[in-house]
Design a protein around this ligand. Structure first.
Ligand SMILES: C=CC1=C(C)c2cc3[nH]c(cc4nc(cc5[nH]c(cc1n2)c(C)c5CCC(=O)O)C(CCC(=O)O)=C4C)c(C)c3C=C
Ligand SMILES: [Fe+2]
Length: 308
């Protein structure tokens, strides 16, 4: 029997978990690249100060849908793969942790474990963090064969996944000639300067999807926090420039995610779209929602396993 571990960031399900989630995130060297002691002190400070405001956002959207979506994807993949595989999910900053996920499979006597992250693109702060965790679990359990199957931003099923979701949104909204704004989670500029390929990977996915749909597109970055320099252009600035160019039908596409989450429902739904409507005066602007699961998403995961 083989094991499949699906990995994502995680999400807080209660006010108490909010602080833990932020603490776990900011003690991660891939997020805050400082030595351990100052990083832990900063994580304690940031999680304490940030959690009330962040939790309010989660309450406003009725909670993040990330964990429910992960459960559905997990169950659908498990049903597709049949009894030769055990599929389970784990999270970088929530429970079960990556180590716990591997231990669950190990406890079932499984030694061959394939790992798939729910991040379509690589980034030091997401896939890089997962790889570091996997390395440390591998050292703990050298008898296991743990193989991470890589990203899939150019995979034909990933392109088909977004083409289908976007086309349905175009039809639903009755847009005639939309311009897609692929709004990805931003990353710190210092990561790009150190060789992070995330931005280029996002641009490639955006180009391939737009070409298939035959529509115009832009790439922009959202959800920056703190005072450091993040990758540009910022999504709101991109919309401002598009208004000046006279573009009038806009669809935000959350290209860096495979589940609805705080950054889609709140940052796009409650901040960026209202900004476009109320401050810039766009009449036709909407965000494309991510379905909880999708046949093409399951096909991506199955394909990665078949190729491994
Ligand atoms: C400060 C550093 C952060 C970096 C770098 C970062 C990169 C990054 N994040 C995602 C995906 C998600 N992030 C989510 C929440 C979230 N992210 C940060 C910080 C960084 N992210 C914080 C502090 C939070 C918590 C919310 C808040 O306080 O603002 C989520 C949402 C999860 C959910 O519960 O719904 C996702 C998903 C990517 C893809 C990425 C870089 C590529
Ligand atoms: Fe994030």
């Amino acid at each position: 029997m083989k094991g499949v571990l699906l990995i994502n960031m995680g999400s807080p399900l209660s006010r108490k978990e909010m602080r833990e989630f932020l603490f776990n995130m900011f003690t991660d060297k891939a997020i805050l690249p400082f030595p351990k002691l100052p990083r832990t002190m900063l994580a304690l400070m940031i999680s304490t100060l940030r959690s009330p405001g962040s939790w309010k956002k989660y309450e406003l959207i009725g909670g993040s849908k990330l964990m429910q979506s992960m459960q559905l994807i997990n169950d659908q993949l498990s049903a597709e793969l049949g009894s030769d595989y055990v599929v389970t999910s784990a999270y970088s900053y929530s429970r079960p942790s990556i180590r716990q996920g591997i231990e669950t499979l190990r406890a079932k006597g499984i030694t061959d474990i394939k790992v798939i992250t729910m991040y379509p693109h690589s980034a030091f702060s997401t896939t890089g963090s997962v790889q570091t965790d996997l390395k440390s679990v591998q050292q703990r359990y050298p008898e296991l064969t743990i193989q991470e199957l890589g990203t899939y931003g150019e995979d034909e099923h990933f392109i088909a996944y977004w083409v289908d979701i976007i086309q349905k949104a175009i039809d639903k909204n009755g847009y005639k000639k939309p311009t897609l704004v692929f709004s990805a989670h931003s990353i710190p500029q210092y990561n790009v300067d150190d060789g992070d390929t995330y931005v280029e990977e996002i641009k490639t996915s955006a180009r391939l999807i737009s070409e298939k749909l035959g529509v115009a597109h832009r790439v922009a970055f959202q959800s920056k926090i703190g005072r450091i320099k993040w990758v540009d252009p910022d999504t709101k600035d991109c919309l401002k420039a598009m208004k000046a160019e006279g573009i009038d039908e806009i669809m935000l596409v959350p290209i860096s995610f495979t589940n609805e989450n705080l950054e889609t429902a709140y940052d796009q739904g409650c901040e960026i779209v209202p900004y476009g409507k109320n401050e810039l005066g766009f009449q036709y602007i909407c965000r494309v929602e991510i379905p909880a699961s999708h046949p093409e998403l399951i096909a991506i995961l199955k394909n990665l396993l078949a190729k491994a």
